[in-house]
Ligand binder design. Structure first.
Ligand SMILES: N[C@@H](CCC(=O)N[C@@H](CS)C(=O)NCC(=O)O)C(=O)O
Length: 275
């Protein structure tokens, strides 16, 4: 007879492949992110539908906190795709945003939308040339850095891991070489758009790639170190980051490249662009 502690196969996530000992993604934030979610649980016109482990959600959440907007955070199980998510995004991806009757998705688009509301501190600079530069380096992050993060994490062969580690290091170096020389943030003393685009991956280099792949600490005294510490110390970043264990557990499926992990994982394995 099954004991009360037995987990039925129906309760398991697809990525666990019927094995309850496999770690899976968390379904609620922990630590400071849990506190922030609690204090934004009340019904509001502006709602962020997110999943606590997701770096794309993290971008939008940091933006909302930075701007101190009046918003509601709604945690969704993105792999079980509730109707309220599909109603906004038929592709079933988080983040999704609802503002009154209107809804939209795609993390970069949502960050631009929050800018256009013109409430709270701006993330995009005023100067058109600096705005273009912000978009240019955001594109670099989306096109070059993020896919390599997943290639590196999902690679099972040591030779592939080494190759992707070098590629990722080089693409980050290209980004850092475009940063304001003094910093500490990408464009100078304040956090701006490019910082928020990159922040969730800076957090996950430390909390995911370091334990699973030995990603190194930034070189002491380097411009990269200065940037990493500024991001890690930012209040909006800290308020939306969960405890370390959440990232360890939620990303084990990527580090083992387990089947049925996510659309991101499938795109990387299939040599396609990210969703
Ligand atoms: N390009 C999208 C990517 C969003 C994305 O991939 N989100 C993941 C979670 S981190 C997701 O919703 N996955 C659902 C699935 O794989 O079915 C964005 O920038 O918002």
């Amino acid at each position: 007879m099954a004991s009360q502690n037995d987990q039925s196969n129906n309760d398991l996530d697809a990525n666990q492949g019927g094995d309850a000992t496999k770690k899976t993604y968390n379904k609620q934030p922990t630590g400071l992110a849990a506190k922030t979610a609690q204090s934004h649980a009340d019904e509001k016109e502006l709602k962020l539908y997110g999943s606590c482990f997701c770096p794309f959600v993290h971008r939008v959440w940091i933006s909302l906190e930075h701007k101190k907007l009046d918003y509601q955070y709604v945690e969704v199980d993105v792999y079980r795709k509730p109707k309220l998510l599909l109603d906004i995004n038929p592709r079933g991806l988080v983040p999704a945003l609802r503002h009154g009757e209107w809804g939209c998705y795609e993390s970069t688009v949502l960050m631009e939308y929050l800018e256009d509301l013109q409430q709270g501190p701006n993330l995009l600079p005023m100067d058109p040339k600096l705005r273009a530069q912000s978009r240019l380096w955001s594109d670099h992050i989306n096109r070059h850095i993020i896919p390599l993060f997943y290639h590196y994490l999902q690679a099972q062969e040591l030779s592939d891991q080494k190759k992707h580690a070098t590629e990722l290091t080089n693409q980050i170096a290209t980004l850092v070489s475009a940063a304001d020389p003094t910093g500490p943030f990408f464009m100078g003393k304040d956090m701006t758009f490019v910082d928020v685009q990159m922040a969730p991956w800076i957090v996950r280099l430390e909390k995911v790639l370091k334990p699973y792949r030995g990603w190194p600490e930034p070189e002491p005294g380097s411009r990269w170190e200065k940037w990493v510490r500024a991001i890690q110390g930012n209040e909006a970043v800290k308020a939306t980051t969960s405890d370390d264990q959440l990232y360890l557990d939620s990303y084990q499926r990527y580090a083992e490249n387990r089947p049925h992990t996510s659309q991101v994982q499938a795109a990387i394995n299939g040599g396609k662009g990210l969703p």
